[in-house]
Ligand binder design. Structure first.
Ligand code: MBD
Ligand code: FE
Length: 279
């Protein structure tokens, strides 16, 4: 079939048969996506076996909760970000900390505090490096924002996230910190390692056949929200990671690799006032 015939066919299936009320947006999206799928099947001359294998693959990936991982690895999340950047630029709203992707591993409901939070449960205190995150939230006008909500989440030293990794305690490395009266927040946690797609999973199986790896550099996720302000979804990367500019999810950006300060002598460490509870 040629593309015009495919357009006719899909229209005859999904438009001409409409009798009840039509949601025009859903109709337009459905017709477009189905037409594009049919055209791809035609152009690539997929066999019935390949089509059903593909269907089965998506079903299995969905059952394994890997659809979000697909979205990251295939660049869909990054693409949506590029479009959001373009829309903001057009609206004259550019500037500030760059956005980057949310990823599939956020969990709602982390413990809340004001100004400071200890994020780790101490389970890795014997081998993990302590990490202090400090920052300030500004509005688009450049003024510090007190009482802004800073949601932070990151992996452990194995690159695994609590909730998805049942060996970790609830909300380990997940906190909600409201900025203090000066717009500042501070967190004590441990230095995470980069995430890798489950080696036996569906995303990795696909990446293998694309000759790609499924690794992310070490990173920390942020949502920053405040009344009357746009939501910022972003991440910071930990400088020096071998995957810093080779992220399978394409989330690394200039401006999201903050300066690191390594503190190693005892006096300077003491000055940091680390919380040693359950250490
Ligand atoms: C992650 O930790 C992540 O941030 C993304 C985008 C994809 C998979 C795992
Ligand atoms: Fe992540």
């Amino acid at each position: 079939m040629n593309h015009q015939q495919i357009d006719q066919l899909v229209k005859s299936f999904n438009v001409d048969t409409a009798k009840g009320e039509v949601n025009p947006r859903v109709q337009a999206v459905t017709v477009r996506l189905v037409s594009d799928l049919f055209k791809a099947i035609e152009d690539l001359d997929l066999t019935p076996h390949e089509v059903w294998k593909g269907m089965e693959f998506l079903i299995d990936a969905a059952k394994a909760n890997e659809i979000g991982l697909f979205a990251a690895g295939l660049g869909l999340e990054r693409f949506i970000d590029i479009r959001a950047d373009e829309a903001e630029e057009k609206a004259g709203l550019s500037g500030g900390t760059p956005r980057t992707i949310e990823g599939p591993l956020y969990v709602y409901g982390a413990p809340e505090s004001v100004g400071f939070a200890r994020m780790d449960d101490g389970a890795e205190s014997d081998h993990a490096k302590p990490m202090i995150l400090e920052g300030m939230v500004y509005g688009a006008d450049g003024q510090p924002l007190p009482n802004a909500k800073v949601e932070v989440w990151h992996a452990n030293t194995l690159g695994n996230y609590s909730f998805f990794d049942s060996t970790q305690s609830d909300f380990n490395h997940r906190r909600t910190i409201f900025t203090d009266e000066n717009g500042r927040y501070k967190a004590q946690s441990i230095v995470p390692n980069g995430y890798g797609c489950p080696p036996q999973g569906y995303t990795q199986a696909l990446l293998d056949q694309l000759g790609r790896h499924g690794r992310r550099p070490a990173h920390v996720h942020y949502f920053v929200t405040a009344d009357g302000h746009r939501k910022l979804t972003t991440q910071i990367n930990i400088d020096g990671d071998e995957y810093l500019w080779d992220d399978f999810a394409f989330a690394s950006r200039e401006g999201l690799v903050p300066p690191l300060q390594e503190v190693s002598d005892e006096a300077a460490i003491a000055e940091q006032g680390l919380d040693k509870a359950y250490a």
